[in-house]
Write a protein that binds this ligand. Structure first.
Ligand SMILES: [Zn+2]
Length: 321
């Protein structure tokens, strides 16, 4: 069959193509494939010039008007500067600074080594972290800050240290100190904090050390990882329309049944190696702009959302014969 495209049909095609290009431009599609949102947010180096606002859920959202945590302060140093993740909602940046200064003055903690907050405009990241997307999450190392300013290179290379003992089920007898307890208790004491994530072994150590004052323990939630840093999560700040809070933690100090369940998980036997070859699962399609709150397009800005070029618009495939 001879393929004849009449000029009328050509006009329709062109119209379709232009329409498609507009659609693509809006949804971050290039070369016919939707772009992973982490690629778009991971590339932007500066915050959006909008009023500060945490938008969406901790693991599906973005950040307008991000504020930078200065890389050095009176009681903190930001680590891994090459990642450019020392950005957050102003209330988070203020809290990290306050915690650093308070802990130094009142708990004898020499200063904070601060890990990842968020990218300048939040959003999904190319590596690590499911959350940290709305600028309300901060990782703080459990290694005390040294008494000198670290070089850029040192901030890339120095590793955080685990607080787990050799059996991975008990706390490290030398590394874990009452100062660690005081630091985490202080972080949990601020009313704007929603949760603090630590490894179950650390939660157990805190339960043991708490004594009679146990109210703050409710906010300390066990989670995987988090044995070389703790993770501070703030509640949605006022005036953050579209920011989604997590339900409050269950009542109580979480030191009983809930912690027991975690230790059951930690000590369960490893699954046996399968004898037959396992079918590889299809990789999940990436999270795209379409999966994030609409306001995140505005946060990203038109200039950072590629539009499809006309030559990438697929034309109908001609059937042979
Ligand atoms: Zn974390």
């Amino acid at each position: 069959m001879k393929a004849v495209i009449s000029s009328g049909f050509r006009t329709i095609l062109f119209g379709l193509g232009a329409g498609f290009a507009v659609l693509c431009g809006l949804s971050g599609i290039a070369h016919g494939e939707p772009i992973a949102a982490k690629k778009l947010f991971g590339k932007v180096k500066i915050p959006s010039p909008l009023k500060a606002r945490a938008i969406g859920k901790y693991n599906r959202g973005c950040l307008a008007g991000g504020k930078m945590l200065p890389v050095d302060g009176p009681a903190w140093q930001a680590m891994r500067l090459s990642r450019n993740r020392n950005w957050g909602h102003p209330s988070l940046v203020d809290l990290v600074e306050k915690l650093a200064v308070d802990a130094k003055a009142k708990d004898g903690w020499p200063g904070l080594l601060v890990g990842d907050l968020a990218q300048p405009r939040g959003g999904p990241m190319l590596t690590g972290h499911a959350s940290h997307q709305v600028g309300l999450d901060a990782d703080i190392w459990l290694k005390p800050m040294p008494d000198r300013t670290l070089s850029r290179e040192e901030r890339e290379k120095i590793s955080a240290i685990t607080m787990l003992g050799q059996d991975k089920l008990s706390i490290h007898p030398d590394r874990w100190t009452p100062r660690h307890v005081a630091l985490i208790r202080r972080a949990a004491s601020y009313p704007e904090v929603a949760r603090i994530f630590v490894h179950p072994v650390i939660k157990k150590a805190l339960c043991k050390a708490a004594g009679k004052d146990r109210k703050w323990l409710r906010r300390i939630r066990p989670w995987w990882g988090h044995h070389y840093h703790f993770h501070v999560r703030l509640k949605c700040p006022p005036r953050s329309r579209g920011c989604v809070n997590q339900p409050a933690p269950p009542p109580g100090d979480g030191c009983g049944k809930q912690l027991k369940a975690w230790f059951k998980l930690l000590t369960r036997p490893k699954p046996k190696k399968p004898t037959k070859p396992v079918k590889k699962r299809k990789p999940r399609p990436p999270v795209t702009l379409a999966h994030l709150p609409k306001a995140c397009r505005q946060v990203l800005g038109k200039e950072n959302i590629p539009s499809a070029r006309r030559d990438t618009v697929p034309l109908p495939v001609r059937k042979p014969g």
